[in-house]
Design a protein around this ligand. Structure first.
Ligand code: PEP
Ligand code: MG
Length: 600
């Protein structure tokens, strides 16, 4: 089967079965033709008319996208419209026409290829994502100038098919008719491509980034594509098709249950209220967290404020951002994690000599305390935003008590400075510790005493406990936050916080995995901060299980010998309450240990 299975990135969930329609959607062949000098201005006018017509057409697509995908998604077309309003680009095309007596389509093609090459050469993933948008517009203008309709490509599709292309732009995607196009496969593109965003909103399953798809998939080949797993299976057997259809039925069943769960509280079957917050890395995740009713933000990463800009963000910019996030979750806390810079994430102002071991080097709170002027600016911004929202701050990679003491001292000093300067700001705010090193976990009782809350970063805690580089794909199967050693530390932290009467939560990725969220509840965590897309599934799981059962499972997990054993026993425990296949289509219960009540 492996030679029939292609892998890519699942960018829009769902499973589709159908024949492949392979579209070779490329720049049309534009004949090289030189026009008489007397016709040059006519070509320039043709160019302007084509640009105007295509702009009108894009406006129509935008309206269509508003109906089909939503007002925000429709803004995707603004990017394409802007490309056609780029004066520099258009005057470049006109110059080419005039200087070389080219036809409008040839000149446009030259200029478009030049831009494409330039964007490709930058190597920027963001620009690469936008290339599909750009090509879509360029092709449309050229086709228009050549009096050819780009849409004719789609008219040949008469039965439910899976479209396979090298690259898909949003213009094409928004026009797809779900009756005829049941799935999308493309060689290029990522989760953040505009075509992916639209496919997701319209509800067409899609797998992008499938290397070699155009070469391996022939016209008419039957495909089973899975937009959740990111796979494309060629020439499936009848049992494989039946299995895929069953999987799709389960997915839909779960999806409709998840929709219902959004407005309901996260309460276990035995009445324990769990707080589910969202992790926000980039501003565009705020919306997903809101839509899924996150009860605040348990981890607001702030590194993007620096890494995506050339200069350090000002106090005003940060205060404004923190306030905006805070106001988006009114009535709930927003936990601002102070800069977690280090390793390869050291922008210009911090750059020092390369370190031999950056993960053990000058990182996070160490950088902030050594560069107090930068840290003070961030703390001032948080204190100012705290007037308008429930802002907390949390410091990453703590290994020593004095890091908390020094941070607290800086917070007090800056609060005093702001008051002295007459700037509207809070006099104090809660300061929490990220427990993400074994040192912090072991010292959790002492850290709880000097801080206002603890939040466990299981990504780093796993890395430093198991000595497994979290970014090393080769070690991926050793990166197990559910390893009994990590669980012991998690238990230590939960118990220490409870004894000190301070709140403890988990904000590492572990909390976004339903099975492991169940375990965390059992270990005593009643606040979890989760990646926004995972919120409904985690909440749904919480509502199916009892905290007492979770506690019993956690006890067993703490006594387990290996991470695999932990997973096995969690699956068994959860299967008493949940149809495991709904949660994880690949879930397998340990052989010979199926409980009688299993619904799998
Ligand atoms: C963690 O380490 O678990 C964490 C949440 O922080 P980050 O992933 O940003 O290092
Ligand atoms: Mg971390």
């Amino acid at each position: 089967m492996s030679e029939r299975l292609l892998k890519g990135i699942g960018v829009s969930a769902g499973i589709a079965v159908g024949p492949a329609v392979v579209v070779r959607w490329t720049m049309p062949e534009v004949p090289h033709r030189v026009v008489p000098r007397s016709q040059v201005e006519k070509e320039v006018r043709r160019l302007r008319a084509a640009v105007r017509d295509v702009k009108r057409y894009l406006q129509e697509l935008k309206t269509k996208a508003e109906d089909r995908a939503g007002v925000d998604e429709a803004r995707i077309f603004d990017a394409q419209l802007l490309m056609l309003e780029d004066k520099q680009f258009l005057s470049g095309v006109a110059d080419l026409i005039r200087e070389n007596r080219l036809t409008a389509e040839k000149a446009f093609e030259f200029k478009a290829l030049e831009v494409r090459d330039m964007w490709t050469a930058t190597g920027s993933p963001r620009l690469k994502d936008r290339l599909a948008d750009f090509s879509g517009v360029a092709i449309r203008v050229i086709e228009h100038l050549m009096h050819r309709g780009a849409d004719e490509l789609w008219e040949g599709i008469t039965q439910p098919s899976v479209v396979v292309a090298k690259e898909l732009g949003p213009g094409l995607t928004v026009q797809l008719d779900r009756e005829h196009v049941v799935g999308l496969v493309s060689e290029e593109g990522t989760r953040t491509s505009h075509a992916a965003i639209l496919a997701h909103s319209i509800g067409i399953p899609a797998v992008f980034g499938v290397a070699g798809a155009m070469q391996r998939i022939e016209q008419g080949t039957t495909l089973v594509m899975d937009g959740t797993r990111g796979t494309v299976l060629l020439n499936p057997t009848a049992p494989e098709i039946a299995e895929a259809r069953a999987r799709e039925r389960r997915r839909r069943e779960l999806a409709s249950q998840l929709e219902e769960v959004v407005e309901q509280p996260a309460v276990t079957t035995d009445g324990v209220r769990i707080r589910l917050r969202g992790n926000v890395d980039l501003p565009d995740e705020i919306r997903a967290a809101q839509e899924h009713r996150a009860e605040g933000v348990g981890l607001l990463r702030t590194e993007f404020l620096i890494t995506s800009h050339t200069a350090l963000p000002t106090e005003d910019e940060q205060a404004e951002y923190f306030r905006r996030v805070g106001e988006a979750f009114a009535g709930h806390p927003v936990v601002v994690r102070t800069y977690d810079l280090g390793g390869d994430k050291l922008p210009g102002p911090f750059r020092v000599q390369a370190e031999g071991n950056p993960q053990l080097g000058w990182r996070a709170i160490r950088v902030c305390l050594d560069r107090p002027e930068i840290f003070r600016t961030q703390l001032r911004a948080a204190l100012r935003a705290a007037v308008h929202a429930d802002i907390h701050v949390m410091i990453p990679l703590v290994t020593r008590l004095d890091e908390v003491d020094r941070t607290r001292a800086l917070v007090s000093e800056e609060a005093a400075n702001l008051a002295r300067d007459g700037v509207e700001a809070k006099a104090s705010l809660p300061v929490g510790v990220m427990v993400e090193t074994p040192a912090a976990a072991v010292m959790a009782d002492r850290l709880a005493a000097v801080s206002d809350f603890l939040s466990v970063g299981t990504n780093d805690l796993t890395q430093y406990t198991l000595v497994v580089d979290r970014g090393n794909a080769r070690l991926a199967d050793r990166f197990n936050p559910h390893d009994p050693s990590v669980l012991r530390l998690l238990k230590l932290v939960a118990d220490a916080a409870r004894a000190a009467g301070k709140p403890a939560s988990v904000c590492g990725e572990m909390a976004s995995e339903p099975l492991l969220a169940f375990l965390l509840i059992g270990l005593g965590y009643e606040t979890l901060s989760v990646a926004p897309p995972a919120l409904p599934l985690v909440k749904w799981t919480v509502r199916q299980v009892g905290a007492a059962r979770a506690r019993a499972a956690a006890e067993q997990a703490l006594a387990a010998r290996t991470a695999d054993e932990v997973l096995d026993l969690l699956r068994l425990a959860l299967a008493e309450a949940v149809d495991l296949k709904l949660l994880d289509p690949d879930a397998r219960l340990p052989a010979g240990r199926r409980a009688a009540s299993l619904n799998v």
